[in-house]
Write a protein that binds this ligand. Sequence first.
Ligand SMILES: *Cc1c(COP(=O)(O)O)cnc(C)c1O
Length: 375
Amino acid sequence: MIPFNKPPYTGKETEYLLDAVRGKKLSGDGKYSKLCQEWFEKYLPCPKTLLTPSCTHALELAAILLDIETGDEVIMPSYTFVSTANAFVLRGAKIIFVDIRSDTMNIDETKIEAAITDKTKAIVPVHYAGVACEMDTIMALATKYNLFVVEDAAQAMMATYKGKALGTIGHLAAYSFHETKNYTSGGEGGLLLINDPQFIERAEIIREKGTNRSQFFRGMVDKYTWSDIGSSYLPSELQAAYLYAQLEQSEYINQFRLKIWHKYFHQLKKLADEELLLLPIIPQECSHNAHMFYIKVKNLQQRTLLLSYLKDHDVLAVFHYVPLHSSSFGIKVSSFHGKDVFTTRESEKLIRLPLYLGLQDTEIDKIIKTIFSFY
Ligand SMILES: *Cc1c(COP(=O)(O)O)cnc(C)c1O
């Protein structure tokens, strides 16, 4: 069976894990956490990054920083992971979904403005498959209506929009290092990216259980005390050690994935030309990171048939999000602004093919051959 995913491993992870185990500090913000955060701040660039135990936690931290409270509205696509919405629902917000674009599966930027009310506090674009949302339009709306933008860049590390790294455009952003993403910190992990410096000091306090411990360790205050609401949003050094090995190999991982992506794209093009399926569309201003290779088939029924055909031929392909507004909980805490033209219809057509570090050419050939034989 060709699995859908294998967690990335490049070789140095074990060595760094052992080094962290033998070091003097295993809890958060030790040597490897600092190395990772410095790497991001330099590579991206971004004024401040903070490792978190997950992308979910980074989004929760963002919602606290924006002082989201009961009655506030937050605009996002319905075609996303639950955490995008839950982070804000936890603060009491009402989620306002708008439709997606059928080409990129990203929020339709032309439908956002009509959904803005005087209760709107933030827009949360999700860069699906590491392909950027139309950020110039979204940032202009944020300026016009005095809103914050939190990029859910869970899938988007190493991808760009008009040359700018995703995650560095909104006021705040979040990456995921879950084992299904391009880079992992040992299974679970995330990063909060702070592009608006007004949030830096408070983010450190909230992440440290509501204390000014980070300032204390830097010698900026002579004792540390309870200063705000907060939680424990620090990952252990073991997670950071695993991640650092992957950051050192980030270009290698990115190129490996892109090669697979292009192979799928070129070999399946014949089926797309015959209008049997649709291939991903990458807008000109976006460079992506091959987070995902998906195809879109005719409809839900054909998708079910193809998925089971692939499974019968030892290939594990999967579908993706069930739109949040259609879930039993979504109905209670959200509403869909405007018409759902593409969200449900397009999500039902989508199939993700295996794509991971180490996927072999012979395996890709087999997957492609199986898809051809299905048609
Ligand atoms: C993976 C993912 C998340 C959640 O990431 P975790 O690190 O598992 O918390 C959130 N949003 C999107 C779009 C994702 O793909």
